[in-house]
Design a binder for this molecule. Sequence first.
Ligand SMILES: Cc1ncc(COP(=O)(O)O)c(C=O)c1O
Length: 386
Amino acid sequence: MCRVDPLLGNCALTELRQRKSEKWREYPPEVLPSFVAEMDFSLAEPITAAVTAAVAIGDCGYAHPGELAGAFAQFAADRLAWAPQTAHVYPIPDVMTGIAEVIQAITPPGSGIVVNPPVYPPFRFRFGFYGRRLIDAPLARGAGGRYALDPDAIEAALSEPDAAVYLLCSPHNPTGNVWSRADLALVADACQRHGVALLVDEIHAPLALPGARFVPFLAIDHELTRAETTFTFTSASKGWNIPGLKCGLAVAGAAAGARLLEERWDALLASHLGVLASVAAFTQGLPWLDAVLGQLDQNRALLAGLLAEHLPGVRYAPPQASFLAWLDCRDLGLGDDPAAVFQEKGNVALGHGPRFGAEGHGFARLTMGTSPELVEEAVRRMASAL
Ligand SMILES: Cc1ncc(COP(=O)(O)O)c(C=O)c1O
């Protein structure tokens, strides 16, 4: 029986397996994929309508920013209590390309990029392609498996002589932390003291779950929010599950930052269909987003119960945002990469913990943006591997 809001479709495996994206092609059909940060729900109807209407009239040319900045500003005002300056909002093909381009623009080769592992794997390898190196400021892990920013680790990382950029993931992937205003101020103060640029990846912000209050970095009262080298990055791609449509947004703290983005338009061309889809998401996709938030809220509680019942050795702190469950499997005795064992013996593909940094050894990441039935099925398969 389907227990998902009708707006989100039914997450039937037979239909999902017709999808041709990476999630559904990476593994053979007997493996249940739960590794990539994608959801299984049907698209929001206004997005389908916007994209199909464009395709129907051959409207598949190069992107124009169109209504994107205004649509995002409206969403930010309605949902994030923030009024971004639309002149500072710029379309980008995706968040990682935007971050990489800005890093190349504002730092010389050899510069250090500070990140907080365990963290989204491309933060760890992408900038190496451009000759930048990683400086780790690991998160602190507290009681109950909750993570926190570690001021001493941040201070040590920023004190490295070549530290040039702090890349904050807010909300954090994979731990699901939603950082408070005080957390953001701590990071901003530290960056300011060390003369280090601050880039904030807010891609998971539309998915802050009940009980958490997401604070956009540019909405806090801090001098650094107006700095030339401060940028935030976001997208409709996680919230509305459209990463394949290729459109994100960079928001510059200062007019000079906006000019920097404008100058690099050729490297930062978003997809036209992505811009249209994102405008539809931000303006007409809120009922769908609310249905997703309700489902994710249920799923994160359901997962806690399922783990307690079938995998009591796994420790899990429910995320404050998004659909990712960061599972501490160290007590299971499955070695550094439990996801490899779950896949081989249980036919369920989770994210490999070690890819998130040394702090991910013994961990795996499960994706919960699906029906309760498929969350249950994933846990059942994990348990069968033991
Ligand atoms: C924190 C974070 N940043 C960036 C991305 C990738 O976004 P994009 O496809 O827009 O580069 C993801 C995808 O999961 C993510 O979790």
